[in-house]
Design a protein around this ligand. Structure first.
Ligand SMILES: [Zn+2]
Ligand SMILES: [Zn+2]
Length: 255
């Protein structure tokens, strides 16, 4: 299994970067986890967009889904998509999220563009999806809105990749991501939120989560280029003694 970071910025892009997007490839199967702003362009560097089997969205914050719109435009308007058998990847949205996609399509004066371009389905968080030989599972995590961590496992159960999406500190990943081969966790905050409900983690908290899961490898993501990366790594290393990196666009992890 190969995991490619297409974008790892928080809700505003790094210079030259993109928001959340992770391409998972295994054998002939290809799944895109999240499709935030800038991800469609990054996808095109690594893979032909008509060859993606499914896009799976963790939650409906714009930095995780807004590039579904240029992606849908490509699938709809590209000259090579005008034949009898245009590519129509699956789009797996969180429960009740089709309405969000519909509203943005309406607001951009392209009503129905996403639903026409993809085979759209809302997943059930309790189901295990089969996408080719890949198996995809979900774990609801606490964030400002309904959000799901996502696991992609090879069909033979040989390797597992776990993507935490966005969340505040939580115990629910401990079982879901136990002994995963690659754990990508957000490390958005320089320090815990001072006001209101929490929705994100610090690098130190991400490190503690990776240790609690006994993950084989930790990649910190959803972290702005305006934060000090060496500081973030040192913070995460306080609790976790496995290999740690900060995600960068184009990074490839082979499991
Ligand atoms: Zn986010
Ligand atoms: Zn979010």
């Amino acid at each position: 299994m190969q995991v490619t970071v297409l974008g790892m910025s928080p809700s505003w892009q790094d210079a030259g970067g993109a928001c959340s997007g992770y391409l998972v490839e295994d054998g002939g199967d290809c799944v895109l986890l999240d499709c935030g702003s800038g991800v469609f362009s990054a996808l095109r560097v690594h893979r032909d967009y008509v060859d993606v089997d499914a896009v799976v969205v963790s939650h409906m914050h714009g930095d995780h889904f807004l590039d579904l719109f240029p992606y849908a435009c490509a699938l709809t308007f590209a000259p090579r998509q005008q034949g009898e058998h245009p590519a129509r990847p699956q789009l797996l949205l969180p429960p009740r999220a089709t309405a969000n996609v519909r509203a943005v399509a309406d607001a951009t004066s392209l009503p129905g563009v996403v639903e026409g371009a993809f085979r759209v389905r809302e997943y059930d968080v309790t189901e295990t999806l089969a996408i080719g030989d890949l198996r995809v599972r979900f774990q609801p995590v606490p964030h400002y809105i309904a959000t799901n961590a996502i696991e992609v496992a090879s069909g033979n159960g040989g390797v597992r990749f776990t993507y935490g999406a966005d969340h505040r500190p939580t115990d629910v990943l401990r079982d879901f991501a136990a002994r995963t081969d690659l754990l990508i966790l957000e490390a958005t905050l320089p320090e815990p939120e001072r006001r209101g409900p929490r929705g994100h983690m610090t690098p130190a908290e991400a490190g503690a989560h990776a240790a609690g899961c006994d993950a084989a490898r930790l990649v910190l993501t959803h972290i702005s280029d305006e934060l000090d990366r060496d500081w973030a790594l040192a913070q995460a290393r306080q609790a976790y003694d496995g290999p740690i990196e900060i995600a960068r666009p184009g990074a490839v992890y082979t499991l």
